[in-house]
Design a protein around this ligand. Structure first.
Ligand code: URA
Length: 247
């Protein structure tokens, strides 16, 4: 079959076009910002093919052929979204010379530093962030005080944040300072401000947070503010063996 005629769900099509992640695409559909062949579509299962004209916020979108995968060492003081209504600097300000419309995979807080992935591949973003896919994220969290063994065990076994228990985590002390402790925390969920909320739940405020690993991907020599393209092997690790086209 000519794959231009293949029908796929509208949110998947939008993600393939590099508009946004699948989840964000669903939000755009739900809020009436997407038209197919001139008609607003708010239905989630709506099927489209390359023969259809899809408009997002008035702009016709086309399938991106070239997939882009980038790793950034995010400095503090940058917001992880494509635009900020408050006019703060965004991580995209750090990625110069890339003409494709890329977006961050998941989120790091304004003051969090470290490994952030950006892509225009919705499947990649979905696989990288979906909790069921078990991709681990490793953080160094400096917390005030010294967590007791009981607090560490609670973090490992699950603490309640936003009314729901967190999944089991790996937690170990890597450094003890005068008034603070550096913890290495490995989680595979990506809930909003998860590490800070977990530590707060056991009585320890996070004063510094850095993501040092995403799955098995590490920052290597990337300094804060620097970025590089992922290798084919790195992309495949996240996609679970599926190959992407790497620049
Ligand atoms: N957990 C947080 O609390 N903040 C981040 O930026 C990432 C994980």
């Amino acid at each position: 079959m000519d794959d231009r005629c293949e029908k796929i769900r509208l949110q998947k099509y939008m993600a393939h076009c590099g508009v946004a992640s699948r989840r964000h695409s669903e939000e755009l559909i739900r809020s009436g910002k997407v038209k197919v062949n001139g008609k607003v579509i708010t239905e989630m299962g709506f099927l489209v093919s390359d023969q259809d004209i899809v408009e997002v916020e008035g702009k016709i979108i086309k399938k991106e052929d070239k997939k882009i995968y980038i790793m950034l060492n995010k400095p503090a003081g940058y917001i992880t979204s494509a635009v900020d209504p408050r006019g703060r600097k965004t991580v995209l300000d750090l990625i110069k010379g890339v003409s494709e419309r890329i977006y961050p995979v998941g989120r790091l807080d304004y003051d969090t530093t470290g490994l952030l992935l950006l892509t225009n591949d919705g499947d990649f973003a979905y696989r990288a962030t979906h909790p069921g896919k078990e991709i681990t994220k490793t953080y160094l969290a400096e917390v005030l005080g010294t967590p007791s063994n009981k607090a560490l065990d609670a973090l490992r076994n699950g603490v309640e944040i936003d009314g729901r228990l967190t999944s089991p985590a790996q937690v170990e002390i890597v450094e003890m300072k005068d008034n603070s402790t550096v913890l290495k925390i490995v989680i595979h969920e990506g809930r909003n401000r998860q590490v800070k909320k977990m530590c707060e739940a056991v009585g320890h405020r996070v004063i510094k947070l850095a993501r040092i690993k995403f799955g098995n991907l590490t920052l290597g020599n990337l300094r804060p503010g620097e970025w590089r393209y992922l290798s084919q092997a790195e992309v495949s690790q996240i996609l679970g063996g599926k190959n992407g086209h790497i620049k």
